[in-house]
Write a protein that binds this ligand. Sequence first.
Ligand SMILES: [Zn+2]
Ligand SMILES: [Zn+2]
Length: 93
Amino acid sequence: MAKRSDLTSRPNRRTRRQILAESDTCILCGHNGADAVDHIIPVARGGTEDPDNKAPIHGTKGCRTCGRKCNSEKGDRPLPEVKLVTSRDWYTK
Ligand SMILES: [Zn+2]
Ligand SMILES: [Zn+2]
């Protein structure tokens, strides 16, 4: 009886707006201007729909500072995994 659509639907709009209102600092690249919200731990990996599991991230428009499209780079991987893989790019010049 689980509503499968709940697992794949877009983030709740009100939650997303609240999260972005509190902070627009992207969890992936650390720059501000994030316009989307993503799960820190994807629901498919056991994450929840709780606002604590959601954070600002750059969406389809990408980051104006570094140009990355963080949400597409992150994909459906958990944030710690993505940061592990990509942290060199963020902090090394
Ligand atoms: Zn970003
Ligand atoms: Zn950036």
